[in-house]
Design a protein. Sequence first.
Length: 107
Amino acid sequence: MPFVVTDNCIKCKYTDCVEVCPVDCFYEGPNFLVIHPDECIDCALCEPECPAEAIYSEDEIPAGQEQFIELNAELAEIWPNIAERKEPLPDAEEWDGVENKIGQLER
Ligand code: SF4
Ligand code: F3S
């Protein structure tokens, strides 16, 4: 079961997660990160590192966020790899915890 980035990453993008991933399987869009499901080795290291608590194992995705499984797989094929931490988005703290940010996702 791969890990999946979910809604609360959107418009935050703290990137602490990429620092700990042993296989560099995170991919970066303008305001969201995704995990490549075929590259993730299910080590679980990234999950506790996310300040926004946006990362879940695929079998523990919160109800209503199932669409992020497909979205991670789709966007990981398109977006560039990210292997080093960078500054969070400027309004990250403001958006952290705001529900249902999927409409704000930039591709
Ligand atoms: Fe990377 Fe491990 Fe997180 Fe998968 S579970 S994205 S391999 S840190
Ligand atoms: Fe997003 Fe959390 Fe990583 S906000 S960029 S999944 S540390």
